[in-house]
Design a protein around this ligand. Sequence first.
Ligand code: TRP
Length: 336
Amino acid sequence: MKTILTGIRTNSVLTLGNYLGALLPMVRLANKHSKDSHVNIFVPDLHSIISEVDGDLKANIVRTIKYYLAAGLELNENVHFYRQSYVPAHSELCWILNCVATMGETSRMIQYKEKSKGQESCNVGIFDYPILMAADILLYSAEFVPVGEDQFQHIEMARNLAMRFNNRFGETFVVPARTSDQVKFMEVENAIRIRDLLSPEKKMSKSTAAENSKIMLDDEPAKAAKKIMSATTDSLGKVKFDMFNQPGISNLLQIEALVTDTPLQDVISTWAGETRYGDLKKKVAESVSEMLTVFQGRLAEISDEQVYELLEAGEKYANEVAKAKLFDAQKAFKLR
Ligand code: TRP
């Protein structure tokens, strides 16, 4: 049986953009494939500590697992939730891969360059990030690894490390699919990128200071509705889906489609030619507030105990699979 694997960092509460653009598509994929594939959804808590964590990391992890469940993830015996730090093989394989990876290729990672830029003393974890990520993937022989575009370079690095290892030591790791095939698997030709409500030419981001620029998943529904009402639009006076010339309006249409689970094309034709932006905003505000009410209600129904039970079962499975693969890698270096 094949394995699909994904992880999401839990450094803070997610935005509506993270939810619609990353979490929900992942839940759809998981539900589609979990009948005949293993679906590993893990929390890369060791990746979290390369930078500041808002709040308590343990609580953030529990909240993130609840997000998946509240978003409609269907559980069955093929779906496995686990925490990276509870499966020591991740760190151990990371060390072995450190001895296969080169300084040159690791230094070329865009995320490393961006995160270390202007920092007087960048921690080594930021540099080692993609190698730990390769370990996360290779331990489970995962072919498909749904992630956002910003992580594609890391997937390519995992592929390179697997191929180099296999060439040097014989077939040990399954090489993950190349990113072009990952994109096909994810069925998203155009990645969904929800925009900042005040500056719609930018992506919605939790790190933007202005409160009204973003909707957080724990926002009061009425407050979220107000933020939509105050979203920046344009002065063209005609509703049209055109991310380049009308990013604010296009963003609202996109949000409406996703929160109401309607094909974007249908939403676009419903509103085509409308001249009163206020009407569109009112509708989107209602839809967002309704979605948040339902989502937050579901979230409140999931207990911490339920999450811990899932994690414990998942970690038992993950440790078995990961240990066996780690052993192969240890043998390659004559550690075993
Ligand atoms: N780097 C990913 C992100 O920031 C999270 C992650 C860590 C991950 N390890 C992974 C994703 C392995 C997929 C597979 O989004």
